[in-house]
Design a protein around this ligand. Structure first.
Ligand code: GLA
Length: 388
């Protein structure tokens, strides 16, 4: 891995040092849980309550984000309001509830005229996009107490002739003008290599199309992150999309890989499932403090793929305290033994204490190689600490 890290120029200066998203944002977002029509203020309140009740706030889950389909329309002054039936108390009251739990509140908006649910889910409420009303909408969000904005491209080039860089900058500037600290996450699905230009615009940018709750989707996304590590760092993160843990037919091993690799990738961690129903075993995965510690390591260095032998992969990232995180990832359908030389993961010659992060236990000292058995679709995670 070496000392050179071309992402260094973003570090701490994504948008004139606003100090936001110094580590990847964590929280809950409604989309992967309820999609469009199941979204209600009750679902959002319950998510906030459960983040606290199930110990997730303690390990860093913080932003509660209302995705698409909260919108009810615009009033005679053009000000957005929520769907009156599904959000009878209004957005400011919902933000208060979330803040009252010690958490932060987020919403979804789009740069064109139509949201993605207008296009893909037949959502009938029109004229809710921010085109030409960026300042008004940003101020509305700030007045409600919004702390996070997900700004989603959809098809604003085709339908509204917008340029994505200009459109994302317009909302960035509108958010700044409110003077409220608001984390800004943008999404154009990785179509125009946003890692090359978004670091000075947003705190995070999606790198792929939408994640699904399947191994093919999760593993496919992991594989597409290799090489993007040089574009991410504190205040400016690659976003491989939100977690599908708790959804679909992902096995326990696959859920470990999903969370463990997102942590290696310094990815934003947004849960999107019914937190009250999350089985204890899965809660143990998403709330493992040592795995989250890798995600949230202050150096903010996204892992590199250092070896791939027929789908048996080694990923590594530098951590603070001269430690190194190593993932031994088995993308095959068979049990395997995966091994790496320590020099290959960037560890200078010496003796290291290897900590198994899932077990939260020390293995042993290692000197030349790290070797472990890894089940199909599973990942073993280690933290190597130099022994003086
Ligand atoms: C797009 C985004 C999703 C979600 C939906 C909402 O598909 O990528 O994350 O926000 O829109 O309609």
């Amino acid at each position: 891995m070496g000392d050179e890290h071309p992402g260094d120029h973003y570090r701490g200066h994504p948008h004139g040092d606003d100090g936001l998203a110094g580590t990847p944002p964590m929280g809950w977002n409604s989309w992967n849980q309820v999609g469009c029509y199941g979204l209600t203020e009750g679902v959002v309140r319950e998510a906030a309550d459960e983040i606290v009740a199930r110990g997730l706030a303690e390990v860093g889950y913080e932003y509660v984000v209302v995705d698409d389909c909260w919108q009810g329309g615009r009033d005679e002054d053009g000000v957005l309001f929520p769907d009156p039936e599904r959000f009878p108390s209004g957005m400011a009251a919902l933000a208060d509830h979330v803040h009252g739990r010690g958490l932060r509140f987020g919403v979804y908006a789009v740069p064109g005229r139509e949201t993605c649910a207008n296009f893909y889910d037949g959502y009938p409420v029109r004229d809710i996009g921010s085109i030409g009303r960026e300042r008004l909408d940003a101020q509305t969000f700030a007045d409600w107490g919004v702390d996070y904005l997900k700004y989603d491209w959809c098809r604003a080039d085709e339908t509204d002739g917008l340029d994505r860089v200009e459109a994302f900058i317009a909302m960035r500037d509108a958010l700044r003008a409110t003077e409220r600290p608001i984390v800004y996450g943008i999404s154009e699905y990785g179509d125009r290599e946003p890692w090359r230009w978004a670091g000075s615009i947003a705190h995070l940018w999606r790198t792929t199309h939408d994640i699904r709750a399947s191994w093919e989707s999760v593993n496919g996304i992991i594989q597409r992150q290799a090489g993007l590590e040089r574009f991410s760092g504190p205040g400016a993160w690659n976003d491989p999309d939100m977690l599908q843990v708790g959804n679909g037919a992902l096995t326990t091993a696959e859920q470990r890989t999903h969370v463990g690799m997102w942590a290696m990738l310094a990815a934003p961690l947004f849960l999107g499932t019914d937190l009250a129903a999350l089985p204890g075993e899965v809660l143990g995965i998403v709330a493992n403090p040592e795995v989250i510690g890798v995600d949230q390591d202050p150096l903010g260095r996204q892992a590199s793929l250092v070896a791939d032998r027929g789908g048996l992969q080694v990923w590594a990232r530098a951590l603070t305290e001269e430690a190194i995180a190593v993932a031994l990832l088995n993308t095959t359908d068979q049990h395997a033994v995966i091994s790496t030389g320590l020099t290959d993961v960037g560890a200078p010659a010496g003796t290291y204490l290897a900590r198994d992060l899932w077990a939260q236990d020390y293995l042993s000292t290692v000197e030349t190689d790290l070797t472990a058995e890894v089940g199909p679709h599973d990942v073993r995670l280690f933290r190597l600490l130099p022994v003086r």
